[in-house]
Ligand binder design. Structure first.
Ligand code: CU
Length: 120
């Protein structure tokens, strides 16, 4: 009788423990690596959503030079020739609109949300 009870308790524990351990898996926060291309006089994508601390790489695929210039001048790639790349780490949450100084009709935005969890 005692043995049966122990087995039943153990089985019950395992049922409880198994789903709990799955639920306890922490969401993995990979550092986002977002790339924005400059192509055909447009930024692609025109809207990128990231988290604070993420880095964005800008790549000029056009035959013309472009810049990545913040509307508030908080960052500026200066001229990027064909194939040129520039990276920027967005440390503060906010909405950052930017444009090309050479072609001001080129506009896009990076939306920086607060970091979800501290990196372990
Ligand atoms: Cu341009």
């Amino acid at each position: 009788m005692k043995k049966l009870l122990t087995g039943a308790v153990l089985a019950g524990l395992m049922l409880v423990v198994a789903p709990a351990s799955n639920a306890a898996d922490p969401p993995k926060l990979l550092p986002a690596v977002v790339t924005v291309h400059m192509r055909d006089f447009k930024y692609d994508p025109t809207s990128a959503k990231i988290h604070a601390g993420d880095r964005v790489t800008f790549v000029n695929d056009d035959a013309e030079p472009h810049t990545v210039t913040a509307s508030d001048k908080s960052f500026d790639s200066e001229g990027l020739d064909t194939g040129g790349t520039w990276q920027h780490v967005f440390t503060k949450p906010g909405t950052y609109t930017y444009f090309c100084e050479l072609h001001p009709y080129m506009k896009a935005v990076v939306i920086v949300e607060p970091a979800v969890a501290p990196a372990a």
